[in-house]
Design a protein around this ligand. Sequence first.
Ligand code: NAD
Length: 374
Amino acid sequence: MRLLVTGGAGFIGSNFVHYMFGAHPDWEIDVLDKLTYAGNLDNLSALRGRRGYGFHRGDICDPRLVDRLVGDADCVVNFAAETHVDRSIMFAGDFVTTDVFGTFVLLEAVRKHGKASFVQISTDEVYGEAGETPPDEDSPLMPKSPYAASKAGADRLAFSYWTTYRTPVVITRCTNNYGPCQFPEKLIPLFATNAMTGRKLPVYGSGRNTRDWIHVLDHCRALDTLISAGRFRGEVFNIGAGEEHSVLEIADMVLKALGRPAGLVEFVPDRPGHVERHAVDSSKLRSELGWAPKERFGDAIRSTVLWYRDNESWWRKLLARRIDFSKAFSQGTGAGRKTHRAARGSARPTSSAGPKGRARRNAAAKKARRGKTR
Ligand code: NAD
């Protein structure tokens, strides 16, 4: 079996590549990754030179490259995406390009070659508010952020390739993952690294918003279960551990694990469109394929936090790349910021040419840099 794993240098993708080589030592895995701010070759360095492993730096939006790599694959697992809700509020266009158009490019190549199956890594965020009852796979999609909406577009595009062309597809909607190697802008590594560097832990609004948390290895096991079962019939599978916890509870657990004071929590203005509750009903995967989470939440959160404590050299160099969204949102939602590159001030314009457009971009880049973590 030869997998093409897109986004394999990111958090979940890299954990998945390591997990799959452990579970199936004779499988081959090619990684395709653009190495955006979130992609990190350190996550895969232990695999350099391993038989059956290949790394390809490139964009899933590049049809020629994608066509070549998909042609060699038996199964494509699409993790590649812009993934941070906060960033999507400021740079929505990047999300539409990678998450929707990039998925289209991959699906077209899969359809054309007629050989590989396709796993679309979607997210529970596509449901929007979970409400009283956690959504099952037939619940309506009501995404509330540009990230979630872009993922919903890709999710339904993958489904349409099954219904229209019988492309063998499966779509997974997993809840919030935690574990090693997550970019330190996301909640748990942000809290852990801030606590270790004497910074405040920014909590949006009341901090009572809840998420359903799953250890990244349980997510990988669920994906392995689906791939190994060959279940590619255009279906959706929710993946969740049923561990719902508020942001304040998570902050408390992180601080306790590191022995830091509760006073480090700082309430900041809420972000626009903030979902109160994300959760899923994952009984379909459990009853039909026998999957169940193995990691125990309290222990696994603690060991995750301790992984960041013990791997300071991994995250220290990433701090310069992160943006302080708590500051950015208190100054407005960043209208006029077009791309990540523009926000870093290093970009050539991607739209609105001319002196006025340039002035707007320069102002946006300056504003974003002011909000950046130093
Ligand atoms: P991440 O941001 O850590 O990694 C994304 C990876 O994709 C990075 O390595 C990045 O370089 C790469 N990438 C981005 N744009 C690309 C492009 N155009 N071409 C090629 N590579 C590109 O994200 P993650 O948290 O590991 O999430 C992986 C997938 O899982 C995403 O599709 C996300 O929507 C989904 N997901 C994440 C969670 C979660 O809690 N993190 C939960 C459910 C689903």
